[in-house]
Design a protein around this ligand. Structure first.
Ligand code: ZN
Length: 166
């Protein structure tokens, strides 16, 4: 676990596991991808391990590259419920500071919040909510969203805005 300068560790993680052919021995290697919110930063980490040749590899990075987002499409989406006391301008400010969005994309996030359809990966909603808490206080809540599609809500905005693209 990574500890930040402020000493407060916030950890939300989303992960998937899958198998790939091993580059080294052509056996079956297992990859585990995790996308985590640690102390106010979004990080991704992949680890590969092969049962045949014992190869081990680890990769780490910031944000969510598009390939990882595709792999996380099977992960259940959550919903950030933003009460009407929070203005669109406050949601836009939080979205801009969290994901470095331009005005048009930040406005899309505010519209999703206003229509109670701000769905997404828990890790990214929690990150947005950290920024929203700074702007508007601790008032929004993350709840389950069993019907949410992986290509809608915050996912769609971040993909369109190129967040995490390398
Ligand atoms: Zn191998």
């Amino acid at each position: 676990m990574i500890h930040g300068k402020l000493g407060r560790v916030v950890l939300v993680s989303t992960g998937v596991e899958y198998e790939v052919p091993c580059d080294n021995c052509q056996g079956v290697a297992c990859i585990g991808d995790v996308y985590v919110l640690v102390d106010g930063t979004l990080l991704n980490s992949s680890s590969l391990s092969c049962n045949s040749c014992q190869a081990r590899l680890e990769f780490d990075g910031y944000g969510c590259p598009e390939q990882l987002r595709e792999r996380l499409s099977s992960v259940a989406r959550m919903r950030l419920l933003v009460p009407p006391t929070v203005s669109r301008a406050q949601v836009m400010r939080a979205a801009r500071s969290a994901f470095d969005l331009d005005l048009a994309h930040a406005r899309q996030v505010a519209e999703l919040a206003a229509s109670a359809s701000l769905t997404g990966l828990e890790v990214e909603l929690a990150y947005l909510n950290q920024h929203l808490t700074t702007v508007a206080g601790d008032v929004a809540k993350i709840v389950e969203a069993p019907d949410a599609a992986s290509d809608a809500g915050l996912d769609a905005v971040l993909l369109s805005a190129g967040f995490g693209r390398e």
